[in-house]
Write a protein that binds this ligand. Structure first.
Ligand code: AMP
Ligand code: TRP
Length: 338
């Protein structure tokens, strides 16, 4: 199976990215049945407000993060989107078969447009078509992502179908691959998904030190409802925050002992006797330990940016070869080859 996914270089990775997508990337890569392609979606990231001076660092940091989490350039093709011009070429062609109305329905577009009112650019609107081109230019079969990207995958399948119907079969219809935790919620507002835009306390970055993780989990909303420290009325009482923390514990529990701890905490949570003063430090320790290996490798890679650049250059060479081939096939089908 050909697996492909991308991630934007914009700020730190958090455990939502990890549990919803990146953990799955590493797992899929390590199954020899799969051929894996992973890339840094820098073209997507410039649809948001950003600082051009910071972007090169963000691209290199993200690549170093992916390598430190276990992506292996000998098993996967790892590359930078903008180094492969075919993605933008194919986007243009797909633009001509994508109805405006379909893009207007995209919830991520609506959310982002509402949050960056001064910068509702055409790229932000066209973002899902670029994503379809990213996926289809490699004729990918499956795309490991979090739940928030499923609507974009549906559009990708529709674009593939429409192209094939109109011009003859070129593309597969790729399906999303979700983990058991496709939507991790914010620590401070557990009715919203965990994201960088929620503020530092709302997420745990994979690079956070054990002390910072402990502090963030300590202040995470649990069963008390709102995050203002006041006790809400019983009617407003919610267990969403507590549920989310348990989901996170379960996702990081690996050993028999950790799994049995989880079962106990879950039972206490259900009968309302969970002691957060015990559970929260245990959760923080579990997360911090999980990323110990990552932190070590990441520190080593910080010393070696040339290696990281070389990984991207090697990946670009492999990706270019396939992208050019698909593009020639597409140009032929749509009648542009004279
Ligand atoms: P982004 O940081 O938005 O580029 O997302 C990178 C990957 O992480 C995508 O596959 C997202 O679907 C996934 N992702 C982002 N936030 C979450 C979350 N809170 N829970 C699960 N997956 C997420
Ligand atoms: N839009 C995705 C996100 O924000 C990133 C992305 C861009 C992507 N192109 C892709 C994911 C192609 C999978 C396949 O997370």
């Amino acid at each position: 199976m050909r697996i492909l996914s991308g991630i934007q270089p914009s700020g730190e990775l958090h455990i939502g990215n990890y549990l919803g997508a990146l953990k799955n990337w590493v797992k899929l890569q390590n199954d020899s049945k799969n051929e894996c392609w992973f890339f840094v979606a820098d073209y997507h990231s410039i649809t948001e407000n950003y600082d051009p001076k910071e972007k090169p660092k963000e691209i290199l940091n993200l690549t170093a993060d992916l390598l430190s989490l276990g992506l292996n350039p000998e098993k996967s093709v790892i590359f930078q989107q903008s180094q492969i011009p075919g993605h933008a070429d194919l986007t243009w062609i797909f633009n001509t078969i994508t109805p405006l109305g379909e893009l207007e329905r995209m919830t991520q577009y609506k959310d982002k447009a509402a949050s960056q009112k001064q910068n509702i650019n055409v790229g932000l609107f066209d973002y899902p078509v670029l994503m379809a081109a990213d996926i289809l230019i490699y004729k990918s079969d499956a795309v490991p992502v979090g739940e928030d990207q499923v609507q974009h995958l549906e559009l990708t399948r529709e674009i593939a179908r429409r192209f094939n119907d109109k011009f003859g079969k070129v593309f597969p219809e790729p399906k999303p691959l979700l983990t058991e935790t496709p939507r991790i919620m914010s620590l401070t507002a557990p009715d919203k998904k965990m994201s960088k835009s929620g503020g530092e306390k709302s997420y745990i970055a994979i690079s956070d030190s054990p002390e910072v993780i402990k502090e963030k989990i300590k202040t995470a909303v649990s069963d008390a409802g709102g995050d203002n420290g006041k006790s809400p009325s019983p009617r407003l009482r919610t267990t969403k925050g507590g549920d989310n923390l348990l989901v996170i514990f379960n996702a990081f529990a690996e050993t028999k002992e950790e799994k049995s701890d989880y079962s106990n905490y879950k039972r206490y949570h259900e009968d309302g006797t969970l002691k957060y003063a015990e559970f929260k430090p245990a959760l923080a320790e579990l997360i911090a330990n999980h990323f110990a290996d990552y932190r070590k490798k990441r520190a080593e890679l910080s010393e070696n940016p040339d290696y990281v650049k070389q990984v991207l250059a090697d990946g670009a060479a492999k990706a270019s070869a396939i992208a050019s081939k698909t593009l020639l096939e597409v140009r032929t089908k749509i009648g542009l080859i004279i």
